[in-house]
Design a protein around this ligand. Structure first.
Ligand code: HEC
Length: 145
């Protein structure tokens, strides 16, 4: 009697222990899955930045290759300017930060100035590259982790 009762008790304890182990393992796995999923969740901000980076790189390359006609420069300035409007929506956590918003609008101002008065020589394109690069850097210094 006694033996079987304690046997049943220890079986129950064992099941309960297994249940706890399963619960803990399950929640650890869930947390890991959610973390992995979150890390991949929003590729948009990286996409915006990579496209900015590519066009910015093309401008630098144009200077190196001595391709500084307005037709070489303007398409990249247009693309940079169009994407610059997407910076705030791409960073929903940062868009309400005053300095972030100012950095984004400074970049747009630099691009607007360059488009209004397009550089016609490589020296001019070089200056524009410097100015845009400064605007990228101003934001990255504060906000790029
Ligand atoms: C108003 C803020 C702001 C401006 C302006 C800005 N960036 Fe960024 N950029 C960021 C932030 C924030 C990150 C970090 C994103 C992250 O890793 O989560 C970043 C990351 C990047 C990255 C790395 C992307 C990656 O793989 O994570 C590149 C490349 C980049 N920016 C290029 C540029 C270029 C080129 C310009 C200028 C034409 C520019 N950025 C202007 C805020 C800005």
């Amino acid at each position: 009697m006694n033996v079987s009762a304690s046997g049943a008790g220890s079986a129950a304890a064992r099941y309960f222990f297994m249940f706890l182990v399963g619960l803990v393992a399950g929640s650890v796995a869930t947390v890991m899955l959610i973390r992995a999923w979150e890390a991949r969740k929003d590729p948009f901000h990286e996409a915006v930045m990579h496209v900015q980076d590519w066009h910015f790189g093309q401008l630098k390359k144009n200077v190196e290759q001595n391709r500084c006609n307005a037709t070489d420069t303007l398409p990249h300035l247009q693309a940079l300017r169009a994407m610059a409007d997407d910076i705030e929506p791409a960073f929903p956590d940062l868009r309400d930060d005053q300095r972030f918003a100012k950095a984004a609008s400074d970049l747009r101002a630099a691009l607007d100035a360059a488009r209004a008065n397009p550089p016609l020589s490589c020296a001019g394109v070089g200056n524009v590259v410097q100015r845009i690069g400064g605007a990228c850097k101003a934001c990255h210094q504060d906000f790029r982790g």
